[in-house]
Every structure is written in structure tokens, then in C-alpha cells.
Design a protein around this ligand. Structure first.
Ligand code: SKM
Length: 173
């Protein structure tokens, strides 16, 4: 059965550092909805930071946790704002669960503005620690194609998180 639009989850996707958590929190406040950050929820459920999960259990274990958590969330929850981990949309099951239960927004930024955010991200993002800058750019470009496919895209290069959340509220109404 199709879920009515006003009951759907609002799901934010995009590369690490696009502002999914900050913008998601603001958007949830403005809409009076509950906010969930998938990475934070996985950390809470498993009692370990994401960096530690990558280090001691490995990336495949993290991807499994991510899939289990997000697919179940999509089946059980309504009317929430959810920001997803940057790599989660690469998994088919996550993508289809989200597209079914939610309205998906891709927070998009250019490689140039992303590079300016790099220093703030490196310590908490294991995906960046094992790659050269050229490899990260390649990952950035290849993921962008998947993020952009069939979703609403919001450019976050120049606007503040507040302005972006306001823009999304207007788009949703
Ligand atoms: O989910 C975390 C984790 O560090 C992996 C990741 C990624 O693959 O882009 C992004 C983060 O949100």
C-alpha cells in the first residue's frame, strides 16, 4: 500500500560533509518532526563509534548493520526526518526501502566546496583515512551519480543550513 505523502519519512542523502545531520536537525524542528541520524543510531545500538566499528569489525560488518538498521526503520517509522550515512545509498536494499517509505533529498555540493570541508571530516570518517585525494574525488563523483538519480536535489554550496532547511520546508508544502 502506498504511504500518504504527509506521513512519509523525509530522508537526507549525500556525501560526508554535505551537512545532512545539521540540516536534518533544523528541518525536523521546523516541521515539528522527530529527527534521527542513522550513523548515531547505529553507534548507540552497537555501543561503538563508527570509526571503531570500521577498525575492529571491518567495513562489511558496518554495511550490514547499516542495512539492517535503515531497512527496518523504513518499514516501521513514519513522519520522521532521517539523515543517512554517506555510503548507505550504495546498497540496493537501502535505496529501495527509502524510496518506498520516504521523500528523498540529495544534498549536493561541488568538489571544490567539499575540499574546503575535508580537514573537519578526516578524523571521524574512516572512508577518507584509507584513500588518496584522487581516490576520494573518484568516489565523490561516482556516488554523486547514484545520489542524484530520481531524487530531489538541493545544492548546499553557498546557502547556510538555516536557508537550506527553509527552502526544503517551502518545497514540501
Ligand atoms: O556512515 C559513515 C561511515 O563513516 C561511512 C560513510 C561513507 O561511506 O561515506 C559515511 C559516514 O556517514
Amino acid at each position: 500500500i502506498d504511504i500518504p505523502l504527509n506521513q512519509k519519512n523525509i530522508i537526507l542523502i549525500g556525501f560526508m560533509g554535505a551537512g545532512k545531520t545539521t540540516i536534518g536537525q533544523l528541518l525536523a524542528e521546523k516541521l515539528g518532526r522527530r529527527f534521527l541520524d542513522a550513523d548515531q543510531e547505529i553507534e548507540r545500538l552497537h555501543g561503538m563509534p563508527v570509526t571503531e566499528i570500521f577498525k575492529s569489525l571491518g567495513e562489511p560488518a558496518f554495511r550490514q548493520m547499516e542495512k539492517d538498521y535503515i531497512v527496518e526503520l523504513c518499514q516501521q517509522s513514519r513522519e520522521q526526518v532521517v539523515s543517512l550515512g554517506g555510503g548507505s545509498f550504495m546498497q540496493d536494499e537501502i535505496r529501495s526501502a527509502c524510496l518506498h517509505s520516504g521523500i528523498v533529498y540529495h544534498l549536493d555540493l561541488t568538489w571544490e566546496s567539499w575540499k574546503e570541508r575535508f580537514a573537519e571530516l578526516i578524523d571521524t570518517r574512516p572512508i577518507l583515512q584509507s584513500r588518496s585525494i584522487e581516490e576520494i574525488e573518484e568516489l565523490f563523483n561516482s556516488r554523486k551519480i547514484i545520489y542524484a538519480d530520481n531524487h530531489h536535489t538541493v545544492n548546499v554550496d553557498t546557502l547556510t543550513p538555516e536557508q537550506i532547511a527553509d527552502h526544503m520546508v517551502r518545497h514540501l508544502r
